[in-house]
Design a protein around this ligand. Structure first.
Ligand SMILES: [Zn+2]
Length: 482
C-alpha cells in the first residue's frame, strides 16, 4: 500500500477526531461565557396578585421544574445541578458519528437529520453525551491552568452540564463552517435548526443576550432534546429562555446596583422585623411607594426605610431597586484573570490535535499532532488555547486536549544525565534517493536502502523531509518514510 494513501487516511481520521472532540467544553469555544452565579428568583409573580408582604411567589404561570434526570424534560443548569451528580443515562451511538445520546434523542436526531437533508441541509453532530468524569477532568484541567474563578466562566462544573443528561447535542455544518462559533447562526444548518429544531423536539438552549439567565454566552449550536410536545409548547410560549419558561430566570431588574438607594413597591408590602414571613409585621407599605434601601440584603429580602420605620421586605415586590453605595463593594469586574504561566512546560496530547496558526478553530491548520505526543508549551495562552512547539513548528492548540506531564519547576535529581535534545527519526520504506533539494529534479546525493533509520533535521516541505543519514544531509520524499 503506497505510503501516501495511508497518510491521507490517517489525516482524515485525525481531522474527524479533532472535530469530534473539538466540542468538549473547551475554553476555546467558551471564551466570553458569562460568569453566571446569579440568584435565582422567580419572575412568575404578578404585581396585582401579590398579597401584601407575602414572600411566597405564585408560580402558576410557570411550568413546574422537573429535576428527574430520567425524564426528557429534566431541568439542568449551573444553579440546578443533576441529582445524582454522577448520573449516567442510557445511551445509544448515533450511527456514523461515534457520539452518544439518549436513545430517544438519537431517534429524534436521526429523524431531524433526514428532514433537513430533504431541504438540502446537511447537519453534522459534533458533540453529545459527556460523562461526569470527562467533565470533571476538563474542569479540573482548567482550574489548574487558570484558577477556579476563570474555569467556572468557561466550563460547566461536573454535574451541571446538560451534556451529561445525554439529551444535549452540539450540531454543525458538514463542511465545518463556523463550528462552535456564533457565526454558525448564519450558516445553512444554523438557520435551519433555528426554524425547525423544535418540530423534532430540540430547543435552542442558550439564546443570544441571555447569558445572565442561562449562565452561557450565545451558543447557536447547542440544542437540547425535550420531546416534541414540550419543545412546541416552549416555542409557542414565546419564553426567552427555558429558565423563563420555568419561572427561574434571574430577575435582573431587582439586581442591586450602586446609586440612589431606593426602590418602588409593586404591591402592598409588609415591612417585617426580619428576613422571612415568620417575622412580625411592622407596617404595610402601599403599592407604588418609594422606599429607602439601607444596603442590607439577605436571601432576596431588602432592609428598607419607610416613614421613619426600618425593616425587611421581600425583594419580589420591589422594582427599580438601586442599592446605596454603602452596600457591598461587590462590583463584579469582568477582568480576565491572567492565566498561569506555563513557560516551557511539557504537555501531552490526549487526541489527534490540530496545531493552528492562531487561537481558534477558524485559523489555518499547520499540522496534526498525533495523540500521545509531547509538546512544549511556550507559556503563551489565549482563551483556553496554548501556544506550543512540536517538531520544530510553533502554533496554537486547544488546551482541552492536553494534559500536564511535567512542569519546568520540578528540579530533577542531579544524578540524572542532562536530557539530550530529542532526535526525530523515521524509517525508509523503500530504497530512497537522498537529494540536494526537495524535488526529483535535484541531484542525488546517495540512495538510502529500504528499512534504514534516518534523522529528520527540519520541517517537511512540499512532502519532502530534510534528513541526515550516514553523516550526509539532504532531502527525501516523505512518501517512503514511516
Ligand atoms: Zn453543548
Amino acid at each position: 500500500m503506497p505510503k501516501y494513501s495511508r497518510t491521507k487516511l490517517l489525516m482524515a481520521l485525525s481531522l474527524s477526531t479533532v472535530l469530534t472532540l473539538g466540542v468538549l467544553p473547551g475554553p476555546a469555544m467558551a471564551s466570553g461565557q458569562a460568569s453566571a452565579t446569579q440568584t435565582v428568583t422567580s419572575v412568575a409573580a404578578t404585581q396585582n396578585l401579590a398579597p401584601a408582604g407575602s414572600p411566597s411567589v405564585s408560580v402558576s404561570a410557570a411550568r413546574k421544574l422537573d429535576r428527574n434526570p430520567n425524564h426528557l424534560d429534566v431541568f439542568v443548569n449551573k444553579n440546578y445541578p443533576l441529582k445524582p451528580a454522577k448520573y449516567k443515562p442510557k445511551t445509544s451511538t448515533v450511527s456514523g458519528t461515534g457520539i452518544k445520546l439518549r436513545p430517544e434523542a438519537t431517534k429524534a436526531y436521526n429523524k431531524m437529520v433526514k428532514a433537513a437533508k430533504k431541504s438540502g441541509v446537511r447537519i453534522k453532530l459534533i458533540s453529545g453525551y459527556r460523562s461526569y468524569d470527562r467533565q470533571a477532568q476538563l474542569f479540573n484541567q482548567y482550574t489548574r491552568w487558570y484558577g477556579k474563578k476563570y474555569a467556572e466562566r468557561i466550563s460547566a462544573k461536573p454535574g451541571t452540564s446538560e451534556h451529561q443528561t445525554g439529551l444535549a447535542a452540539d450540531v454543525g455544518n458538514n463542511n465545518g463552517a463556523c463550528a462552535l462559533q456564533s457565526c454558525f447562526e448564519n450558516t445553512p444548518v444554523g438557520k435551519w435548526m433555528k426554524k425547525n429544531a423544535h418540530k423534532h423536539g430540540f430547543i435552542l438552549r442558550y439564546p443570544k443576550g441571555q447569558e445572565s439567565v442561562t449562565g452561557y454566552a450565545y451558543e447557536p449550536w447547542h440544542f437540547r432534546y425535550v420531546g416534541t410536545a414540550l419543545a412546541k409548547s416552549y416555542t409557542n410560549s414565546g419564553a426567552k429562555t427555558f429558565e423563563h419558561y420555568h419561572g427561574v430566570a434571574s430577575t435582573k431588574k431587582n439586581a442591586p446596583k450602586s446609586g440612589k438607594g431606593t426602590a418602588k413597591t409593586t404591591a402592598n408590602l409588609n415591612m417585617r422585623t426580619g428576613v422571612g414571613s415568620s417575622n412580625r409585621v411592622i407596617l404595610t407599605i402601599p403599592r407604588g411607594k418609594t422606599v429607602k434601601l439601607t444596603g442590607s440584603k439577605k436571601s432576596g429580602w431588602y432592609q428598607v426605610s419607610y416613614k421613619s420605620k426600618t425593616g425587611w421586605v421581600s425583594g419580589t415586590y420591589l422594582s427599580n431597586v438601586s442599592m446605596p453605595k454603602t452596600s457591598k463593594p461587590k462590583t463584579e469586574t469582568k477582568k480576565k484573570p491572567t492565566p498561569q504561566k506555563n513557560t516551557g512546560s511539557t504537555k501531552k496530547t490526549t487526541a489527534n490535535l490540530n496545531m493552528r496558526s492562531g487561537a481558534g478553530t477558524n485559523n489555518r491548520v499547520i499540522l496534526t499532532i498525533p495523540k500521545g505526543k509531547s509538546v512544549k508549551a511556550t507559556g503563551k495562552s489565549k482563551s483556553g488555547w496554548l501556544q506550543v512547539t512540536y517538531k520544530s513548528k510553533t502554533g496554537w492548540v486547544s488546551g482541552t486536549y492536553l494534559t500536564n506531564t511535567s512542569t519546568p519547576k520540578k528540579s530533577k535529581p542531579k544524578t540524572e544525565s542532562t536530557p539530550k535534545k530529542k532526535v526525530q527519526t523515521k524509517y525508509t520504506t523503500a530504497n530512497l534517493n537522498m537529494r540536494a533539494g526537495n524535488s526529483t529534479n535535484k541531484k542525488i546525493i546517495l540512495t538510502i536502502p529500504k528499512g534504514k533509520k534516518v534523522e529528520i533535521t527540519g520541517s517537511k516541505k512540499s512532502g519532502w523531509y530534510p534528513v541526515k543519514y550516514k553523516s550526509k544531509k539532504g532531502w527525501v520524499s516523505g512518501t517512503y518514510l514511516r
